[in-house]
Design a protein around this ligand. Structure first.
Ligand code: ADP
Ligand code: NA
Length: 290
């Protein structure tokens, strides 16, 4: 089994400022750090950390070789991560002492994926494999449609929320993962509550409260509490949760066991500062709760 993740790869450029930036103001930052980010890359790392075979499908720019190398170093398959254009997707993250972060994202290469890239990846995928998409690349609905037709299972993390993207993806998805805010946005836009969505399994994450799983075919929903931990940084917790969930399902776990593992991994992630680079391994997740 394997997971084919069509997703973003972003350079997270984090600047710590002494105070919030005013309009028209120029300020020298106190500190700078560059890390691997993007929902797609985060989920690929989480999948690899969960012990799954994962192939990342996407694009970086000529400046993105370090990100490709880092993904490969974490055990992510990068044969389908191509180079397009000069500039990789990136996020400019301004942290101020009041904790009010300001973030600008530029998709760049993440939106330069071509149909042929998807065909090349799907040509080597096997029926029963999972595909995973978020909302940070182009062509994901086309990819999900073709993957479904080839007998793959489709997981979709509807973030960042975009109603048109969601409506294009839902008919192809077997599993939808979204947070409470996204679930409310989707309900407002479509008039459909999670249990009424045309997707067999819907998982709504609830932060420190865990998650709710809707089995829309049998009409049953079940709540899963999150382990209690001391919160350091919630960045990347949702992506870790989703990567672990899809990874466990791909490795043959049932939904209940897969959700329990994903909740443990998400909880460990909130105890850590950082994103893709600090996603815990399965071993670290198991040991944390001994
Ligand atoms: P997102 O971070 O994507 O907005 P959530 O806030 O719902 O979504 O968090 C996603 C998942 O991360 C949760 O379902 C849970 O597994 C984990 N998580 C987030 N915050 C906490 C917390 N304070 N304690 C334990 N787990 C958490
Ligand atoms: Na974290």
């Amino acid at each position: 089994m394997a997971v084919w993740n069509l997703g973003s790869v972003n350079a997270d450029q984090v600047y710590r400022l002494p105070r919030p930036l005013e309009p028209g103001e120029t300020m020298t930052a106190d500190a700078f750090q560059r890390g691997l980010g993007g929902k797609g890359a985060n989920m690929s790392v989480a999948l690899a950390r969960a012990g799954s075979v994962v192939h990342h499908i996407g694009a970086v720019g000529a400046d993105g070789t370090w990100m490709r190398d880092r993904l490969a170093g974490y055990g992510v398959g990068v044969a389908h991560l191509v180079e397009r254009g000069e500039t990789s997707g990136h996020a400019i993250i301004l942290l101020d002492t009041e904790g009010e972060n300001r973030i600008v994202i530029w998709p760049a290469a993440n939106h330069l994926i071509e149909t042929g890239d998807l065909a090349a990846a799907l040509g080597t995928a096997a029926p029963g494999d999972w595909v995973l998409c978020q909302n940070e690349t182009n062509l994901q609905a086309d990819f999900a449609h073709k993957a479904k037709a080839r007998g793959l299972r489709v997981a979709y993390a509807a973030a960042p929320f975009d109603v048109e993207a969601a409506q294009a993806m839902l008919p192809h998805a077997d599993l939808l993962v979204l947070n409470e805010v996204e679930a409310a946005q989707l309900e407002t836009a479509t008039g459909l509550s999670p249990e009424a969505l045309p997707v067999a399994h819907v998982v709504v994450t609830l932060g420190a409260r865990g998650c709710r799983w809707f089995d829309t075919v049998s009409g049953v929903s079940r709540d899963f509490p999150a382990p209690r931990v001391t919160v350091t940084d919630t960045t990347g917790a949702g992506d870790t949760f989703t990567g672990y969930l899809v990874g466990a399902l791909d490795q043959g776990a049932g939904m209940g066991d897969a959700l329990a593992l994903a909740l443990k991994a998400g909880a460990v992630m909130v105890t850590r500062l950082g994103t893709a680079d600090v996603i815990p391994t399965r071993d670290e997740v198991e040991k944390f709760f001994l």
